[in-house]
Design a protein around this ligand. Structure first.
Ligand SMILES: NC(=O)c1ccc[n+]([C@@H]2O[C@H](COP(=O)([O-])OP(=O)(O)OC[C@H]3O[C@@H](n4cnc5c(N)ncnc54)[C@H](OP(=O)(O)O)[C@@H]3O)[C@@H](O)[C@H]2O)c1
Length: 279
């Protein structure tokens, strides 16, 4: 009975263990082992299998960061798997930002790992017709809000302690100019997408206050108009910038974010090109 109990405790602690060997930490979760170089900074990026998220993974990995690249379906993330074959510093993890159990499982796995930057990138536009006045669909509203507004906050809640362990201590969330009241004053397109990003803006501001005691910064970033599936689905007639251009700008913007910049911009989001987006 006693031996069985000891064995059980041993098994549980081995399931989630982070062991440090000199400059490396080996993360074991019972299925696979990953090696994170402790001397390198670490970034976690959600929705990293395509679009802007994937370009951010490429950029950070090429610049020598450890990247925890999360996506909904790792086995189908072909580009990401190929990239992680090139860079041993990329760890691919499964996480749907609306699945609380999945978020908590991953946060538990990385709870002793310092994460310098958490990038809440995952987002959806949602079917356009079903978010047009006269045809407003409730189920779609709940879905778009769950992914774009609540998801980033739940991910931040779960990983806040890992971010607090790090040197840079930043949580950045991807908003959009479409969440700006001033920019969209004369448009009635994309009700839910715009509402979700406006709600995210408020959540990220409030979170910055909640996270102060941990020394963690919560800030808003925006990628510009970028050639991705999301932009194509929007039917927007203008051509956007490439994902690599956007990612390069965003990395610089994120690097420059500080308590001072947030104070100066009064919490507003910064676009990939450094422009501050009005509320
Ligand atoms: N493109 C633009 O012009 C533009 C402008 C302003 C803001 N943004 C924002 O930038 C971010 C990235 O968008 P993108 O343009 O790169 O779009 P994208 O190419 O459509 O990529 C969206 C990413 O989010 C993931 N995702 C969707 N739902 C998810 C969920 N429930 N859990 C986890 N991941 C989920 C997708 O994964 P799956 O492959 O599994 O669906 C995909 O990896 C979004 O927040 C978007 O709102 C984009």
């Amino acid at each position: 009975m006693k031996d069985g109990y000891v064995l059980k405790v041993l098994k549980i602690s081995l399931f989630f263990c982070l062991i440090s060997f000199g400059n490396y930490s080996v993360l074991a979760d019972g299925h696979q082992s990953k090696t994170l170089e402790l001397v390198k900074p670490t970034v976690l990026i959600t929705g990293s299998n395509r679009g802007i998220g994937f370009a951010l993974v490429k950029n950070y990995a090429a610049n020598g960061w450890n990247v925890i690249a999360t996506c909904r379906n790792p086995s189908k993330a072909e580009d990401l798997n190929q990239l992680s074959n090139q860079y041993s510093s990329i760890s691919i993890e499964e996480m749907d930002v609306t699945d609380i159990a999945e978020i908590q499982y991953l946060a538990e796995k990385y709870k002793n790992q310092s994460i310098d930057i958490l990038i809440n990138n995952a987002g959806i536009l949602g079917n356009i017709e079903n978010q047009s006045f006269g045809n407003l669909d409730q189920a779609l509203f709940e879905k778009v809000m769950a992914v774009n507004a609540l998801g980033p906050l739940k991910v931040a809640e779960a990983f806040a302690d890992s971010v607090a362990l790090s040197e840079q201590k930043k949580i950045v969330s991807m908003t959009s100019g479409l969440g700006s009241m001033q920019i969209t004053l004369n448009s009635d397109a994309f009700y839910y997408y715009r509402m979700s990003k406006a709600a995210l803006n408020m959540g990220v501001l409030a979170m910055n206050v909640s996270l102060k005691p941990k020394g963690v910064i919560s800030a808003l970033i925006a990628p510009g108009m970028v050639e991705t599936q999301l932009l194509r689905d929007s039917g927007y007639p203008r051509v956007g910038i490439t994902t690599d251009e956007s990612a390069a700008g965003l990395v610089k913007v994120i690097d420059e974010i500080s308590n001072e910049t947030i104070k100066k911009n009064r919490g507003k989001s910064t676009n990939y090109n450094g422009m501050v987006i009005p509320w």
